[in-house]
Write a protein that binds this ligand. Sequence first.
Ligand SMILES: Cc1cc2nc3c(=O)[nH]c(=O)nc-3n(C[C@H](O)[C@H](O)[C@H](O)COP(=O)(O)OP(=O)(O)OC[C@H]3O[C@@H](n4cnc5c(N)ncnc54)[C@H](O)[C@@H]3O)c2cc1C
Length: 457
Amino acid sequence: MEVAVIGAGPVGLMLAAELRLGGAEVVVLDRRAAPDGRPRANGLGGRIVEQLDHRGLLGRFRAEAAFAGPFPGFPFGAVPLNFAKLGRSPLHGLMVQQPRMEALLTERALELGAEIRRGHALVDLGTVRGPDGDYHLDARYVVGCDGAHSRVRELAGIGFPGTTDGELLRLGHFRADVPLFAATTRGWDRRPGGRVLVTSLTPGVVIVGVREVTPEPPGEPTLDEFRAALRRVLGEDLPLGEPLWLSRTTSSARLATRYRAGHVFLAGDAAHVFPAGGSALNVGLLDAVNLGWKLAAVVRGSAPESLLDSYHAERHPVAARTLTQTRVQALLDRLTGEDGDALRTLFGELAAFPEPTRHLGELLRDADELPYVPDLPLVVDGEPTRVAEVMRAARTVLFDFADRADLREAAGPDVKIVTARCPDAPADALLVRPDGVVTFSGDDPASLREALTAPGR
Ligand SMILES: Cc1cc2nc3c(=O)[nH]c(=O)nc-3n(C[C@H](O)[C@H](O)[C@H](O)COP(=O)(O)OP(=O)(O)OC[C@H]3O[C@@H](n4cnc5c(N)ncnc54)[C@H](O)[C@@H]3O)c2cc1C
């Protein structure tokens, strides 16, 4: 087996599809016998939306989305950012519940020829426990997409330093047709004993959240426990409808010390967990997009093994920066008393100016500082198209905007050549990796050849 992906969560499924597009054989193993139906994330936001467009997946996601498009604002911790004043929102999103996202990504991975084995748990790096007993896992590369408590990370001896705070988040989805409660809040309602959120994304379903500093009780969450927590924090009972789903989470801020140990890699929650919402899937799915084409190129023999080191070099700093912004969001949200009020007031004053709002919006969109190709309109063979459409094959592409035979020749046989007309072309040619990173922009064939053999080519 060329690549074994451990975990059929959103990141493992995205990686499987990217590996197949790159021509690698992939088997995805998940210890659960069936997909996880828990409604965790409510949506995606950030550069991953553009990346889904590069893979031709945006239409499928949009068709399922309660909202798709530019976000008019975003709650940065407890501070509302208003993107209307920027003229153009830096943050685009797709509000699709996580189980539906996973179904779409499963469909895609299967269409591309990935094998998904459910009910198969990795017990050590060479052994899988399947429904018919243990078997040997003989994979050239293993990628741990197995979530925050990653077994792969543990087996590879990779540290996961950071902090886990004492605040417990209880979330419940309830069937409630009653015009929910006078208590419906526009954000987290801060009370002396904690915070409460009451909101709705789907008609007839109300989401209630309660946060308080308390140890996590043993066993599965119960409705009685949920009601008691609400009563403690809010000081009153709410007319909760039928519970559809209850959960408990203690938030953590942690980052793997390395994303690679020999033939083992980490991606998604296995590599990083953030203490505030909204960024985890953006960063995790983009890990998969960065790693997929590289692993596939090495497996195919069209790139040296050293290319794989650029995965940690490029993605670890992104999660580190995301950890910084999510730690600040968590602090803005949680700090109580006069200190907390002062912090939120001053942050709110700063957020009234366009530049800080733009900076935070762009940080939420993507903490990656590599140059990504803009979605330029093109004309190819007389037909109008876009950069995103050309990128669907997940190949390295030379966009030749000036009909330069010398640049086309310098690109060599592994590169897809697209001769295009583009009034907004930034240079004679652009060389773009399968994940959208521009590695060459210019007119000099020698520099183009250099870009094709650089460490992160
Ligand atoms: C309540 C809640 C709300 C959230 N809201 C948001 C949000 O709005 N936006 C956002 O971006 N993120 C959100 N998140 C985070 C998001 O759900 C995670 O970041 C995402 O699920 C991570 O995906 P993953 O594929 O890395 O890991 P997971 O989804 O955790 O998948 C890991 C998979 O690995 C499998 N596995 C584990 N161990 C083994 C093993 N030994 N062998 C085989 N398989 C194994 C598991 O069964 C699982 O299927 C939320 C999380 C929670 C809990």
